[in-house]
Design a protein around this ligand. Sequence first.
Ligand code: SF4
Length: 405
Amino acid sequence: MAYKGRWIRMAQAESISARADPIGGILTRALGGERLGEADAIALIECADAELPRLMAAAAALRDRAKGRTVTFSPKVFLPITNLCRDRCSYCTFRKDPDDPGAWTMTLAEVAEWSRRGRELGCIEALMCLGDKPELAFKEYRETLMTLGARGTIEHVAHACETALDAGLLPHTNAGIMTRAEMALLRPLNVSMGLMLESVSPRLRARGGVHQWAPDKDPAVRLKMIDEAGELRIPFTTGILIGIGDTPAERAQSLLAIRASHERHGQIQEVIIQNFRAKPGLPLEDAPEPGALEMARAIATARLVLGGAMNVQAPPNLSPHEIELFLAAGINDWGGISPLSRDYVNPEAPWPHLERLRERCARAGFQLKRRLAIYPEFINDEWVDPALRPALDRLSDRTAAEVET
Ligand code: SF4
């Protein structure tokens, strides 16, 4: 009875201290391995500036426990398979109409040449990046596809993946919304695939929102595809885009939606926390970009909500001054970095020089290592199509041999 009384008093004391220090209570539970709920995630991402250092410290501790002091990147060739797109997101400079200057659909000869050069420069990933469903919007593009010998965009992507594999690269496709059948077609040719969730906020699709003219940005459609990738056992990359009219609470809800899909299927190999960058000539050209601390808050919240085992990534070229801050906030990956092709989605943002990035990581106490476009925890018979095994084994051996950048 005395024991029970003591336990009740301890529980009461804990509850009083959690009430007095709600952020501290949430951090203690996260570090204890507890699954945080929506109210917790929103409290974290909305915390005051004064709370941010301990939010980051807890996130970093969780990362260190699971990942150690290693931060990875994927040496990649960025292949803009086509920049035609049926959507019109108001922050995008990548998309073009067929008669716009710079409209471009890569031929297989171009894919082969870029892949060969990328391989020579040490790349191991072929990132197939393209607009969403251009064949539904543009007759000229449908004719282009016929001259390229493909009946649809995804068939052209499949041919491009075969070409990149022949050149010794491992493809990772981000083609916007794909059907289950399209993903199944690409599975034997891709070690992983991706689709940014961006945001679960339906407001962004409403009149005046950044996704008003982008039917493929419907959050329900995107979450369905992310789930289907899991059902097909495809290692999957997703993430959130912050600063596009979303609120901090919606960022937290987006992270929770990603976690829920991962809990159902186990397919999420990495979560990207990406910041909107304003560009001239866009409706959002004068919109404020997310600040460094706003990004740090989102990164730390992602780590605390998703747990130590998740790979949390932030693109270094979009925040070149925040390398140390993002490491301190809990990331363990920088994503793809290309020695050959620019970031066609953010062409104003050059990739960091690898040596300098390595030095900055080292000064912050981290070892920078290259990785494949599929994380080690997914390299097994459940997640890798047998057709990819020879190419993957070859590149795994080579990557292990070259593991220092
Ligand atoms: S962000 Fe993607 S879906 Fe939106 S317009 Fe650009 S290419 Fe199309």
